[in-house]
Ligand binder design. Structure first.
Ligand code: IMP
Length: 434
C-alpha cells in the first residue's frame, strides 16, 4: 500500500497517458477518485481481448480491493455511466456499491447539454472551441447558474425529478427554439430515462466527500485521478480554448471535498512531445511531416471523438508553468518510444514576442509567441524492450536528463510502449510503482 495519497495529473493539453500511470499505482491504493471533467475523458482499457474506453468510471475498477469514487467535481452523464457499467459487467468485471461510489453532489449531464454543446459549436463556426460535444460546458454552466442544474442525488427521488426535468426541458426548448430554431425535445421521455438511470444507479449514489475525508483521516491511501491536462484548465489554461473544470491538482480539494493537504504526492504526466485536440494556440505544433510522423507512430487520434490530434515538439515552457502551479513533485514521461527514429529532437525552452524573450508565463499570450528550441540528437534504436534507464540509447538518456534539468523535477517513470511492463522506473519516490 502507498504510504500517502497521490494525485496523477496531466501537464499538457490532455491525453498524456495518465491512464497507464493510474493503472500502475491503483493496486497500491484503497480509493481511486475522479475529481474533474466527465465523459470528455477517455481511458482505453483492454479487457477479454477487446479494447474499449472508460470515460467516467475510474480505472481502479479493474483492480481488486479498490473503491472507485466519482466525486462531486465531475460532470456526470448517467447514460454513459450505465453503458460503461454494463460493458464492464459483460466482461466479468464486478461493479457495485462495494467498489463504485458516485457523489450525490456531482452534476448531471442532461441530453439537452449535449445538444447545446453541438449547437453552440456550430454557431461559432470557425471560432469554435472544438469541444468533445459531451455537454461538459453547458452542464458546468448550469452548475454555476444553480436554478437550472440537476445534481446526481436528485436522480433518486423520481417524482420530484420528473417535475423538475419537465420544467427544465421546457426552458431549454424555448431557448433553443429562439436561438437555433430547433424542434422541441420531449420532456417526458427525458424525465423517464433520468428516473430509470436514477433507479439503476441509486445503490451507488452517496456522500463521497465523507468517505474520502474518513479515508484520509484513517491514512488509507487515495489516488486522485485527473482528467484532461492543466493547459486545458478553466482558470489557468489557454482560455477560452479550455475545458470547463479545474483539472489540475489545484482542483482536487474542491472537486473531491478534501483538504488541500490531502492531495499528497503530485505526479505530473507528460508526453515526450506535445499533442492537442480541438482549437486553440499550440506554439510547438508541427503541421508538417514531423507532426504527421508523431501522429502515426503515437496513434494520436482521440479516444473519445476519434479526431486526429495536432502534434508537435515538447513545450517545456508550458510544462514548467503547469508543473509549478500544480505543485508537481515528480514527472511521469510517457511515449518516449514514439520519438525513436528521428534524426534530431527539439525542446522548446523559451518564447519570444517580436524578437524579445517573454518573461514568466501568461497563457493568454500563447497565440503570439515564437518558440526558441534546443536541438538534441535523436536515436534510431527501438526502445520498446528497454526496462532500465541504462538500456536506453545515450541520446534518449540525455533527452530525459535535459527534461529533468529544465523542469527542475525528477522524471519518476518513463513509458516506452503501451504495455504495462514497458515502463522504466527511474527517479520515483513512489516505491509502489509496478
Ligand atoms: P470539452 O471539455 O468537451 O468542453 O472540450 C473543450 C476542449 O478540451 C476541447 O479542445 C477538447 O478537445 C479538449 N478536451 C476535453 N477533454 C479532453 C481530453 O480528455 N483529452 C484531450 N483534450 C480534451
Amino acid at each position: 500500500m502507498l504510504s500517502r495519497n497521490v494525485t496523477v495529473t496531466g501537464l499538457q493539453w490532455g491525453d498524456e497517458g495518465k491512464g497507464k500511470v493510474v493503472d500502475a499505482l491503483a493496486g497500491a491504493c484503497r480509493y481511486v477518485a475522479r475529481y474533474c471533467g466527465g465523459a470528455n475523458a477517455g481511458h482505453p482499457v483492454r479487457l477479454a481481448g477487446e479494447t474499449f474506453a472508460l470515460h467516467l468510471i475510474p480505472c481502479g475498477i479493474l483492480h481488486k480491493n479498490v473503491v472507485n469514487v466519482v466525486a462531486n467535481g465531475v460532470a456526470f452523464d448517467p447514460e454513459v455511466a450505465c453503458e460503461e457499467i454494463e460493458q464492464l459487467r459483460a466482461r466479468g468485471v464486478r461493479v457495485g456499491p462495494e467498489n463504485l461510489r458516485i457523489s450525490s453532489a456531482a452534476h448531471v449531464v442532461m441530453p439537452y447539454h449535449k445538444l447545446q454543446d453541438s449547437l453552440s459549436e456550430q454557431g461559432l463556426g470557425s471560432g469554435k472551441i472544438g469541444t468533445t460535444a459531451r455537454g461538459i460546458g453547458p452542464c458546468y454552466a448550469d452548475k454555476a447558474n444553480r436554478s437550472t442544474a440537476i445534481r446526481v442525488g436528485e436522480l433518486i427521488d423520481s417524482a420530484a425529478l420528473r417535475e423538475k426535468v419537465r420544467s427544465l426541458v421546457d426552458i431549454k426548448n424555448r431557448l433553443f427554439q429562439a436561438l437555433y430554431g430547433t424542434e422541441p425535445l420531449d420532456g417526458k421521455e427525458i424525465a423517464d430515462s433520468c428516473a430509470e438511470y436514477g433507479r439503476r444507479l441509486a445503490p451507488m449514489i452517496t456522500d463521497t466527500g465523507t468517505i474520502l475525508r474518513k479515508a484520509v483521516a484513517a491514512g488509507e491511501p487515495v489516488l486522485f485521478e485527473g482528467g484532461q491536462g492543466a493547459m486545458l484548465d478553466v482558470d489557468h489554461g489557454t482560455y477560452p480554448f479550455v475545458t470547463s473544470s479545474s483539472v489540475s491538482a489545484c482542483g482536487v480539494p474542491a472537486g473531491a471535498g478534501v483538504a488541500p493537504s490531502a492531495v499528497g504526492r503530485v505526479v505530473g504526466v507528460i508526453k515526450a512531445y506535445t499533442s492537442r485536440v480541438g482549437a486553440g494556440p499550440f506554439p510547438t505544433e508541427q503541421d508538417n511531416e514531423i507532426g504527421d510522423r508523431i501522429r502515426e507512430r503515437g496513434h494520436e487520434y482521440g479516444t473519445t471523438t476519434g479526431r486526429p490530434r495536432r502534434c508537435g515538439w515538447l513545450d517545456l515552457m508550458a510544462v514548467r508553468y503547469t508543473a509549478e502551479f500544480s505543485g508537481v513533485d515528480e514527472l511521469a514521461l510517457s511515449l518516449l518510444d514514439v520519438l525513436s527514429g528521428l534524426e534530431e529532437v527539439k525542446i522548446c525552452t523559451g518564447y519570444l514576442i517580436d524578437g524579445e524573450p517573454v518573461d514568466g508565463f501568461d497563457p493568454s499570450l500563447l497565440g503570439r509567441v515564437a518558440c526558441e528550441y534546443e536541438t538534441l540528437a535523436g536515436w534510431s534504436k527501438d526502445i520498446g524492450a528497454c526496462r532500465k534507464f541504462e538500456d536506453l540509447p545515450a541520446e534518449a538518456q540525455a533527452y530525459v536528463e535535459r527534461i529533468e534539468q529544465l523542469v527542475g523535477r525528477p522524471v519518476g517513470v518513463i513509458g516506452v510502449g503501451a504495455d504495462r511492463e514497458q515502463t522504466i522506473i527511474h527517479h520515483t519516490n513512489l516505491r509502489d510503482f509496478s
